[in-house]
Write a protein that binds this ligand. Structure first.
Ligand SMILES: NS(=O)(=O)c1ccc(C(=O)N2CCc3cc(O)c(O)cc3[C@@H]2c2ccccc2)cc1
Ligand SMILES: [Zn+2]
Length: 269
């Protein structure tokens, strides 16, 4: 029925149930993973191959409540991500975030078992080799996602505030808001470009194994108030008459899956 999403993060439709309807979720190249720093190899294949990104400073965006979080759709024409583990240039398609009900959980990747309070994902697709995002999402090197850990700090994150200020307009699933603001992506990313990288998947259904993951080592900070605004989103539409406190998206992260025999590489200490 319209009330229940066919997948989500509650006990009855959460990550442990996804493989029933989305068989790829049970694959051997799934994401997220726990980053065991002792397993990371710093072979010189990545040495001084920094991750290079160029994003426009002023652009028009659409923020949407997908039912499992907020997502900002960019019109990635003049965006470019290259270098690091990437052999081609990738275009930014969208970015979004994952969080938990309390600050001691919320990130998808963990580092030596430690969770951060949230994790930002910037999703890019291989526009050099493929003709659309959807086509790229069915290819092993189709997508490149940058993962940025978020920890609680005293100060608001000013760049994120431009997005957070739009959230009250998209409280219910399906709502969206068009905005054009000058987003300085550079400050949504940590100062240090040091990262881990491995081959993985979408962390939500359909869990396609199409992602080259790059997770920055250094977190950015977000305030508790800003994180509370994320948790005020609802996973149900305006028409779904439920109690005011019900349907709140207090968590939308997938717990880590086994790295298995995949290689985990790192660049920078
Ligand atoms: N967390 S993440 O790994 O960075 C990630 C990346 C992309 C996507 C994404 O764009 N998806 C997956 C979920 C989804 C749900 C929809 O209702 C929808 O309209 C589109 C998507 C897309 C998607 C769907 C099918 C194939 C590829 C992507 C989701 C999560
Ligand atoms: Zn994500």
């Amino acid at each position: 029925n319209t009330m229940s999403l066919d997948w989500g993060y509650t006990d009855d439709n959460g990550p442990s149930t996804w493989a029933e309807k989305y068989p790829l979720a049970a694959g051997a190249r799934q994401s997220p993973v726990d980053i065991d720093t002792s397993k990371a190899t710093s072979d010189n294949s990545l040495v001084d191959r920094e991750i290079d990104w160029s994003y426009p400073s002023n652009c028009s965006y659409r923020i949407v409540n997908t039912g499992y979080g907020w997502r900002v759709d960019t019109y990635g024409d003049d965006t470019a991500l290259s270098g690091g583990p990437l052999s081609e240039v990738y275009k930014l398609e969208q970015f979004h975030c994952h969080w938990g009900a309390t600050n001691d959980e919320g990130s998808e990747h963990t580092v030596d078992g430690k969770s951060y309070a949230a994790e930002l994902h910037l999703v890019h697709w291989n526009s050099e080799k493929y003709s659309s995002f959807k086509e790229a999402a069915s290819q092993p090197d189709g997508l490149a996602v940058l993962g940025v850990f978020m920890e609680i700090g005293n100060a608001d994150n000013a760049e994120l505030e431009k997005i957070i200020s739009l959230i009250p307009k998209i409280i219910h699933k399906g709502q969206d808001s068009q905005a054009s603001f000058d987003l300085d992506f550079g400050s949504l990313l940590p100062e240090s470009k040091h990262y881990w990288t491995y081959l993985g998947s979408l962390t939500t259904p359909p869990c396609n194994e199409c992602v080259i993951w790059t997770v920055f080592k250094e977190p950015i900070t977000i305030s508790e108030r800003q994180l509370e605004v994320f948790r005020s989103l609802k996973s149900v539409g305006e028409e779904d008459a439920i109690e005011p406190e019900e349907g709140k998206l207090v968590k939308n992260y997938r717990p880590p899956l086994p790295l298995g025999n995949r290689v985990l590489r790192e660049c920078g200490p």
